[in-house]
Design a protein around this ligand. Sequence first.
Ligand code: ZN
Length: 233
Amino acid sequence: MRVESLREQVLEANLELVRRGLVLYTFGNASGISRQEGLIAIKPSGVPYEQLTPEQIVVVDLAGNIVEGNLRPSSDLPTHVELYRQCPTIGGVAHTHSEFATAWAQARRSIPCFGTTHADYFKGPVPVTDPLTPDEIQNDYEKNTGIAICRILDKADPMACPAALVAGHAPFCWGADVAEAAHKAVILEYVAKMACRTLSARSDASPLQQELQDKHHLRKHGPGAYYGQAPSR
Ligand SMILES: [Zn+2]
């Protein structure tokens, strides 16, 4: 993939987060990777979204060194890099402080799978990390945030549940590319909101029965998937 088109995709995904109401001011960031070239494109740090241009998207290598761009990359870059390094199938990462998903992260609770909407996108509960230790906060905080996420995700298939909550912070989501990562962030916020509503309606609500969780997840994912249209050949 050419770097220019990666930059445009990353810009578009960042703007999608704003359009969907997931971002206040400059909170949040999305990135995408070209695995062929080993290059990551990410939002610059602290630039208002409405002023963002493709040229301002910063391009870095997998060590986090700036390859192209005059601005500093998002301060969360080391978290994104850690996800890309540890999970070769991840092609895009989106981080927001969206209201309901962040509320679950602050409560340090994983989001239970209460319904089929959740099961369609996220296998099992959306997990929450352990709190970072004082040493992990003082040294390489952003990288250690990525390591904390990688500790709890299913390395065999990070796409089975393409999101995690960082305890006391907010969600990170990912996908095959940056557009998919932003899409997952939007769905996660909706699922997190509905989980709150479910508990308001019934404080002792149980997770969705396992058979229904599996049915909904597996009809969209994996070798037996049959949801939607068959890919064109
Ligand atoms: Zn954050």
